[in-house]
Design a binder for this molecule. Sequence first.
Ligand code: GSH
Length: 213
Amino acid sequence: MTITITAFERSPDGGKGLARDTRVRWALEEVGRPYEVRLVSFAALKQPAHRALHPFGQIPTYEEGDLALFETGAIVLHIAERHAGLLPDDANARARAIAWMFAALNTVEPPILELVTARLLEGDKPWSKQRMPLVVDRIRDRLSQLSVRLGDADWLDAGFSAGDLMMVSVLLRLKLSGILDEYPDLAAYVARGEARPAYKRAFDAQLAVYTDD
Ligand SMILES: N[C@@H](CCC(=O)N[C@@H](CS)C(=O)NCC(=O)O)C(=O)O
């Protein structure tokens, strides 16, 4: 069955791979499933046709036969559960990998998104400068804790899993801020993710949206 995902027709990041379709592309590349992409404009995102797929009018979505999904956590978990390569066979290890997916999305990503909001949407507010150290410190807290847990390991729980895919995707959002470089072990962890051939294919595919004009 054909898999179709949605992605921005024109991503605000200009092809840096930070839009969330990259995570879904990466998961599909890791498990070796071909997919098609439907590019959507910002205006079309908010139209009823797209909202029928995604109630919040966002990307990415995932369609496969009569299944339509939104939310990258749900989409990547669906892919990982149905194909080999992203979740361990052992039931407990599988549960731990899923826990890391949730940790990436629910515990690590929120303070990182807060930084994006503080910079892009609140940068011109009179209180913005005062607030920024608080926002950055909340990120540092999480990164310090994550760094302690990762230790000398390559991946969060033995072999690479969907938990790492999601965590690396979330941490990548920090790359340009310089904050990640304060944690060389985490910077190396992210670099290991980026070095995976499946990530490279996903990155190149999202970049091609900008270069194939
Ligand atoms: N929690 C959602 C977030 C989806 C999301 O924020 N998508 C962004 C692109 S990365 C978007 O569509 N933004 C446009 C908008 O919200 O209008 C997920 O993980 O899929």
